[in-house]
Write a protein that binds this ligand. Sequence first.
Ligand SMILES: Nc1ncnc2c1ncn2[C@@H]1O[C@H](COP(=O)(O)O)[C@@H](O)[C@H]1OP(=O)(O)O
Ligand SMILES: [Mg+2]
Length: 398
Amino acid sequence: VLLNCGTKTAVSRKLILASSVIAGYRLRLSAILCHLRFSSSIAADMTYEHERRVAELAVQRATLLTKKVFHEKAKGELSKDDKSPVTKGDFGAQALIIQAISKNFPEDEIVAEEESSELRQDSALRSEIWDLVKDIKLNDQPSDELLGGSLENEEAMMAVIDQGKSLGGSKGRIWALDPIDGTKGFLRGGQYAVCLALIVDGDVKVGVIGCPNLPVDDSESLTVGIGSQQSDEDGKGVLFSAVQGEGAVSRPLTSAGLSPSKPIHMRPVPDVSHAVFCEGVEAAHSNQGDNAAVAQRLGISAPSVRLDSQAKYCSIARGAGDIYLRLPVKKDYQEKIWDHAAGDLLVREAGGQVTDIYGKRLDFTKGRTLKDNKGVVAAPVALQDQVIDAVQIVLNLK
Ligand SMILES: Nc1ncnc2c1ncn2[C@@H]1O[C@H](COP(=O)(O)O)[C@@H](O)[C@H]1OP(=O)(O)O
Ligand SMILES: [Mg+2]
């Protein structure tokens, strides 16, 4: 600009012109930046929506299989202490869910509870499971198509089951899957859950839990305890989900597409002595004596609500119960990541905190197990320190 200028006035005029051009560019640039920032904030809000939807539908579809197996058992088609319903449900649900994950997210790793060697040696069991798996569909074409259609044959089913062998770790996208959590509950007609979570670089980003035997009505769930046989009637079956930073929701399970969801929250507990605590039914999985001693120290006189599976995380996340205690029975037991990842996020997104007995957050970066944690303590954020304090006194940790 300056090279072509003649007089002083021309120079200053041209300088003014040049600076207004620059100002114009600046304005446009800031508008572009603003737009970019706005669209990236929308993008951030939408993050993991696809993963959540696929996970919700995959879990919902898998519960169709587990319920079918449960009905066969309930009709007496299987002997009472026959463990095969669990085996069929476990393998079948794992195959259906991994198939949906690997169709939609082929690069992702999967840490799942089962592997196919037992099936490879038992052709009768294999074909029974295949008969179930090949026919399970959501009664809603777009939802079914999103999950990527059916598996081709028994061999494909076993290959898909074995995609769950990842060793986990601190890097990358890793799904943690428990096809039937709470197998004892499943067998006795109590609570069980189909659980799926996406962990990214060690952080749980998405958590989905299907509880076919939990009442849709939250207020009824406190009455669901040991041996209550609340299974598989109308009004039962809840699908829970959470995405990090976006809260937690629940909706009734259906046999088709997703039903409308509602947000869920832990309930406020102004006085810890009024809290209701949940624990497992199985005395071998958590120390019920220590759990009771903690409750007593906190002044809680109400009896515990006993539920199998991650239904405990779900129950407190929706305010049907407040505290979940899982105090260790065996010193050397390492909790599995698929038993906790989805529930951990669900409770934290509903206003709770989840730690181990030392008050340390669950660490999902250590492989297939939570080897740096002991036990689980989940409570509303405001109560967590108080509960941990009581746990540490009871366990002589302080
Ligand atoms: N000693 C143990 N301590 C804690 N959890 C255990 C123990 N043994 C098994 N589990 C796991 O507890 C989970 C069920 O928990 P809950 O009692 O709350 O329903 C199951 O996934 C089961 O794993 P697995 O399936 O490998 O037996
Ligand atoms: Mg389990």
